[in-house]
Design a protein around this ligand. Sequence first.
Ligand code: SF4
Length: 91
Amino acid sequence: MENYKFMQNKACEYFPCHKLKNEKEFNCLFCYCPLYTLKDQCGGHYVYLENGIKSCQACTKPHDKDAYEHVMKKMKDLMEMGKRTHNEIGK
Ligand code: SF4
């Protein structure tokens, strides 16, 4: 079970948008990676281009079999980034 961890949309005109060894395990749950804003802490296979843009072209982390577990491990970091600072709260 645990169907909330995996979904596949073969009707998508871009499926599979990245190459995985086993296409049956291609996870579409995170179509766009929620970890992009974590910069070098995302745990993926990124490169930074000379212009400062982070390129995820070679990364399949959000589509791997264990994508759900990987993203959930990083969720605390994302929540920290979204928090208001003491200055913003006014305390
Ligand atoms: S796609 Fe990969 S490299 Fe890009 S942010 Fe997500 S985990 Fe990191």
